[in-house]
Design a protein around this ligand. Structure first.
Ligand SMILES: [Fe+2]
Length: 476
């Protein structure tokens, strides 16, 4: 047995841990899944095995669970397994939580000192014939793509020097290369950032380090066909504070944001810095180079969106201060100076996605999730608080949008895009939708061009899934 989880939004309602590994053969489907859709949809979910050792820990610390919707001939099978990290193995052996504060090993039970504490709970990524479960504070965990069994930590055959790997690597579909970075590359709160590239076979072919302006929570970055964009926004770490048992991250709104841009085939010596007042971007939609200009679409907010970080910074949290917007940053490399242009191109939201054909090139179409407060009451869902209740299809060039919603009771996870082989067809979007009234989850499948028409198929689960972080589609 285990005791109950805390009475806190990170652990109650739809955020209550599920802790279940399962297989379901042939899910019930309302509607029809086109037979051309064939492949695997992997999703990462933080799902804590035990209640937090110190009474509270953030949603983001939950043990990594990978789930798989396998599409074949109009059928969908489902599988869900924990990632057997050292953290989870230690925890299970003790039958209780042994880890203290988020990303603070100095608060852990002495029995796990020096053990790896990564939860592998953020993004499943397929590259070079390997399925990797990623979390930015650690190296990857390799997972069997069919059985979801854990194979162990993956460090590119011992080549990777960085102690960490982002959960948002960027794949170039034309070259097959995977660009990624690691921050806190040489240890907790260090300014070392590793810029890395793996070739199409999954071999590490490049790793170059530089020192950032400060140790920032670098959740994502952007890559174009010609440039790499490295953002530093002031959610910051300090080793003394961590050693004293304090929070890993503090939001420091008085500091500026610094964005480094380097030539993709150049060196970290060539990074050029741009600056603006503090802001927060957790996810970049896509980026492209247009002549001398580097264009980046960002899910921007004025302040840090995570309530636990703001509270631990001893600052008041008010979601109205977010002032979120899908924002286009344009860096003109032909001009001197450190400033850049910003334009609002869509409503504030997150979990952006573009079709693979647009990756690193100008995207005519994109998709993301927003919270529409006019729909009705908001439900707690995921780590930020309110769940997304609306999916947006946007053409950033002209600002044209269409939307899909299932009402205030249904919370949306990040969409994936599935390409179609039919000529002129925009492909499909799939996303998990969580019903806050019936406590059941389902996957909905939409025609990407006409999300406003509603699902062409609803793939039903007989239970509730814990809110997802990221997912990816791997065509068969
Ligand atoms: Fe993310």
């Amino acid at each position: 047995m285990t005791g109950p989880f805390p009475n806190h939004p990170d652990f109650t309602g739809y955020n209550e841990p599920v802790r279940m590994e399962c297989d379901i053969y042939d899910l019930v489907i309302e509607g029809e899944v086109p037979r051309e859709i064939s492949g695997s949809w992997y999703r990462s979910v933080p799902d804590p095995q035990y209640p937090p050792m110190l009474g509270y820990d953030t949603f983001l610390s939950g043990d990594g669970m990978v789930s798989l919707f396998r599409f074949e001939d109009g059928h969908v099978d489902f599988k869900m397994r924990y990632v057997m990290t050292e953290r989870l193995l230690d925890t299970r052996a003790a039958r209780r939580s042994l880890h203290g504060r988020y990303r603070n090993p100095f608060t852990d039970d002495p029995s796990v000192r020096g053990h790896r504490r990564g939860a592998a709970n953020t993004t499943p990524v397929w590259h070079g014939g390997r399925l990797l479960a990623l979390k930015e504070d650690s190296r990857a965990m390799e997972i069997d793509p069919v059985t979801l069994e854990t194979r162990g930590e993956f460090d590119y055959g011992g080549k990777l020097r960085s102690q960490t790997m982002t959960a948002h690597p960027r794949w170039d579909p034309e070259t097959g290369e995977l660009y990624f970075f690691g921050y806190e590359a040489s240890g907790l709160a260090t300014r070392d950032v590793a810029v890395c590239k793996a070739d199409a076979d999954g071999q590490l072919v490049r790793e170059e380090w530089f020192k950032g302006p400060y140790c920032a929570l670098m959740h994502d970055f952007a890559v174009t066909k010609e440039h790499i964009v490295l953002p530093f926004m002031p959610i910051t770490a300090d080793l003394k504070r961590i050693e004293a048992g304090g929070p890993h991250w503090i939001w420091e709104p008085e500091r500026e944001s610094c964005i480094g841009i380097m030539p993709r085939d150049g060196s970290v010596e060539d990074i050029r810095w741009f600056r603006r007042p503090s802001c927060s971007v957790f996810h970049f939609m896509n980026a492209f180079t247009d002549g001398n200009k580097v264009v980046v679409d960002a899910c921007y907010s004025k302040v840090n969106p995570f309530p636990f970080i703001t509270e631990e910074s001893k600052l008041p949290y008010d979601p109205r201060e977010l002032e979120g917007a899908l924002t286009r940053w344009t860096f003109d490399l032909s001009k001197p100076g450190e400033t850049f242009d910003e334009d609002r191109v869509g409503p504030g939201g997150d979990m952006p996605r573009v079709a693979d054909r647009y990756l690193m090139k100008e995207h005519e179409i994109a998709y993301y999730a927003i919270v529409d407060p006019t729909l009705g009451p908001l439900y707690v869902h995921g780590p930020v608080g309110a769940g997304f209740n609306t999916l947006v299809r946007i053409e950033p060039g002209n600002g044209r949008t269409t939307t899909f919603t299932m009402g205030p009771t249904h919370a949306f996870s990040e969409p994936i895009h599935i390409a179609s082989k039919l000529p002129g067809h925009e492909g499909y979007l799939a996303l998990v939708v969580d019903d806050h009234e019936r406590y059941l989850s389902e996957a909905v499948l939409l025609e990407a061009e006409r999300i406003d028409k509603g699902p062409i198929a609803r793939i039903k689960l007989p239970m509730r899934l814990r809110p997802q972080v990221h997912g990816n589609w791997v065509a068969a």
